[in-house]
Ligand binder design. Structure first.
Ligand SMILES: Nc1ncnc2c1ncn2[C@@H]1O[C@H](COP(=O)(O)OP(=O)(O)OP(=O)(O)O)[C@@H](O)[C@H]1O
Length: 270
């Protein structure tokens, strides 16, 4: 079997990484007791890469994403976007949560245009782009619908359209389709790949699902139980564009097993 794993940090690419973490760490204080959520994470992610993070519950995946989003200050180390320290949220780094977070009293189009108000952009300059993105995520005929008239999967499409309208370079996705049924989730994943690969968007994707991580990614970062560290990185050498038929590829099964083994090793050591 080809060597697909590296221990420790995700190795540095030759060009400047779009996202980089150096010794990133986070301690919380819970009931007066310090808890180390994340410890010494090193990462270097290239533009256009699709990276998944898998690890046991509580290993700090969301914490890591929140720090990269500029939503949470780190305790030690540093995170960089295009070589500059990340100090606050930026329009270029979009964050997608597990639940859609839509305003019930606004239409799909108005929800998609809502961040314009926050960014101080004239909505009318974005309306055409918003409409074409809404079309691209398959909601062309629901532009004037309200969230309550949409299914969970459709609401997540609205969230995705809302992010894509502002042309982010990086998407941070924390189990974005975790609440959806398997069939819808698979369709959403394929659509996400199609859209982000075509636009060259870099994706950092948190999931609990090993085969989803392998199917989507260029690299799967496996984390140890808390305090979360990188226990290994699996390189996914399946050709792109990814297709459902690849789920039957023996190489796909092999890579799933490699990730599973790394996860198991993490458990053994703690
Ligand atoms: N705001 C917070 N205040 C205090 N502790 C926190 C906070 N956010 C996270 N933690 C703690 O940090 C650790 C990591 O949490 P985090 O949500 O990042 O893990 P996770 O890997 O995303 O978990 P899951 O897979 O269950 O979503 C946990 O022990 C959690 O209790």
């Amino acid at each position: 079997m080809a060597d697909t794993t590296t221990a420790g940090g995700a190795s540095a690419p030759s060009v400047m990484p779009i996202i980089e973490a150096r010794g990133l760490a986070k301690d919380f204080v819970i009931d007066g007791v310090p808890v180390t959520a994340l410890k010494g994470v090193d990462l270097a992610i290239r533009k256009g890469e699709f990276i998944s993070f898998v690890g046991p519950s509580g290993c700090g995946k969301s914490t890591l994403l929140n720090m990269v989003a500029g939503l949470l200050p780190q305790t030690a180390g540093e995170a960089f976007f295009e070589g500059r320290p990340i100090l606050e949220p930026s329009r270029q780094v979009g964050f997608m949560f597990q639940s859609p977070v839509l305003l019930a009293w606004r239409t799909v189009e108005e929800n998609v245009l809502m961040p314009a108000e926050v960014f101080g952009i004239d909505k009318n300059t974005l309306r055409d782009r918003a409409r074409s993105v809404i079309e691209a995520v398959g909601l062309g005929s629901f532009r004037q619908a309200y969230p309550r008239q949409l299914s969970g999967g459709m609401q997540q499409r609205v969230s995705l359209a809302r992010l894509l309208t502002y042309e982010p370079k990086v998407l941070l996705m924390d189990e974005p389709f975790g609440a959806l049924d398997e069939f819808t989730r698979e369709a959403m994943n394929l659509e996400l790949l199609r859209i982000t690969q075509a636009a060259g968007i870099t994706v950092l994707f948190v999931t609990h699902n090993i085969s989803e991580a392998v199917f989507m990614s260029d690299r799967v970062v496996v984390m140890t139980p808390r305090p979360g560290k990188v226990s290994g990185v699996v390189y996914v050498d399946l050709p792109r564009p990814r297709e459902i038929a690849q789920l039957q590829d023996p190489r796909f099964t092999e890579l799933n097993f490699t990730v599973r083994k790394l996860l198991g090793q993490g458990h053994d050591t703690h």
